[in-house]
Design a protein around this ligand. Structure first.
Ligand code: AMP
Ligand code: ZN
Length: 467
């Protein structure tokens, strides 16, 4: 079978579809970014690993990608709807810092984490607070087109004006009881209406506020994504991503805003959503304050890429059940994989008995292109490593190729820190070996092992590997 094109599961149509961009080879992709009021937890990071795989897959398929991601530094309330306080504000109060310092600190922390996971930086990273004008302009369009009303100091989106409101989540509007998913805001005409602009009538102590035609205030959360994505990608674009929690409220409202403002449908062609990472106790939530960060994994001695490896082992549309046991298993599988690959480097053979290299190259992409089936792609990597019809050089070439998508640094040598006493043991063993005192050499090798290293004799001399 030849190389097949990319197929993606589209939440909008609830089908796996062939990916056809609006203006090939150009592709526009918008990913909902982090709300920077706390560290990202490993659940959030799972979603960005999924996004990174999608990014790398689009690039590998030859598309000219513009990948945009926002940083939410204002307006995301403690519920995804209009109740509660701004998450940034709550955090600033707790940490006794300004909201701007909070945003700056956690944005930096986010990019440090993503770099440690080999997540490539999007082409455009845009902060909500730097696009307030774009949001105001978009709200004005929505208002001009008759989809907004001003009441009690806030500008609301009138969801009653859109016949297909809720199509992404297949919301049955008639079944939506007041209070089921929204606050009982007496100003709202419909229970699903949402705020486009809050004025000072809401939180008096809101530190971030701006002038607007509706009064001094700040934007609703959803408008930032509609405004910024359209600014950088146009009034209609190809892909929008996020975690599944965004389907019923945030993305539903983003669609409503954009289709009301631009009067074009569909606003986005492909909506791709990643399932959640869950723990025994249920979902991991940033707002609960009890969550595992990447630093927690590092502190426990895990390689950050072992976490990436763990994520790739579960399809992005399936829940990932996180446990320390699963993490340990992934870490040892990742280590074993890298060790096997390091051995290949010493083998130095070159042959390809039945034109297998091309087969593996194509099959790998076919598995990735099949809605990013990374578990099957990893299985193929393992099959290929065991395949005797390929020489080590051919295998290394393939690993290099696969790693453009996997991003697991499979060919990168681990830098191992060796203490002076281990170095001395290696030296003494080398002397013993030269003197053909194999009994002593073996004893010293055991001592080295007890200190956490495996010593191997290669044509280039003794080599240490971490146990
Ligand atoms: P936030 O910073 O809360 O806006 O979330 C950032 C991203 O992480 C969003 O795309 C969420 O959908 C996603 N997300 C939140 N919780 C989880 C979780 N437990 N597992 C996977 N993704 C999550
Ligand atoms: Zn968003």
């Amino acid at each position: 079978m030849g190389l097949q094109g990319l197929r993606l599961y589209n939440t909008l149509t609830q089908k796996k579809e062939e990916f056809k961009p609006i203006n090939p080879p150009r592709v526009g992709m918008y990913a909902c970014g982090p709300t920077v009021y706390n560290y990202a937890h490993i659940g959030n990071l799972r979603t960005y690993i999924f996004n990174d795989i999608l990014r790398r897959t689009l690039l590998k398929n030859g598309y000219k990608l513009t990948h945009v991601m926002n940083i939410t530094d204002v307006g995301h309330l403690t519920s995804d709807a209009d109740t509660g306080e701004d998450k940034m504000l709550v955090s600033a109060r707790k940490e006794k810092k300004s909201v701007w310092d909070i945003a700056d600190f956690y944005t930096k922390a986010f990019f440090r984490d993503t770099a440690l996971l080999n997540i490539q930086k999007p082409d455009i990273v845009c902060k909500a607070t730097e696009h307030i004008n774009d949001m105001i302009e978009m709200n004005k369009k929505i208002e001009r087109n008759g989809y907004a009303y001003f009441k009690g100091g806030n500008l609301y989106f009138d969801t009653g004006k859109l016949k297909d409101y809720g199509k992404l989540a297949r919301l049955k509007l008639e079944n939506l009881r007041e209070g089921a998913r929204t606050d009982k805001d007496p100003n709202k005409k419909n229970p699903t209406d949402f705020v486009l602009w809050f004025t000072k009538s809401k939180f008096q102590d809101q530190e971030m506020k701006w002038p607007s035609p509706w009064g001094v205030g700040y934007p609703g959360w959803h408008i930032e994504c509609s405004a910024m994505s359209s600014k950088y990608l146009g009034e209609q674009f190809d892909i929008h991503t996020g975690g599944i929690d965004h389907i019923p409220v945030h993305h539903t409202n983003e669609i409503a805003q954009a289709e009301a403002a631009f009067q074009k449908k569909p606003w986005v062609r492909y909506w791709i959503h990643a399932e959640f990472l869950v723990m025994d106790k249920g979902k991991m939530a940033k707002s609960s304050g009890e969550f595992i960060t990447l630093q927690t994994l590092i502190d426990k001695g895990f390689n950050t890429l072992a976490y990436r490896y763990l994520c790739l082992g579960t399809h992005y549309r399936k829940q990932l059940m996180f446990s320390w046991e699963a993490m340990r298993t992934a870490a040892s599988a990742y280590k074993a994989l890298k060790n096997r690959i390091m051995e290949l480097k010493d083998e130095n053979t070159t042959f390809d008995k039945s034109n297998k290299k091309e087969y593996y190259k194509t099959e790998f992409m076919n598995r990735v292109n099949d809605n990013l089936n990374m578990p099957r792609a990893l299985a193929l990597l393992n099959n290929m490593l065991r395949d005797d019809s390929l020489g080590s050089k051919e295998k290394i070439e393939l690993i290099n190729d696969f790693d453009e998508i996997l991003g697991l640094d499979l060919l990168k040598e681990e830098k191992i820190e060796v203490s002076e006493d281990v170095k001395e043991l290696v030296e003494r063993r080398e002397q013993a070996r030269k003197k053909k005192d194999f009994k002593l050499a073996d004893k010293l090798r055991e001592e080295i092992k007890a200190k956490g290293f495996i010593l191997e004799d290669t044509s280039a001399g003794p080599k240490l590997k971490k146990l």
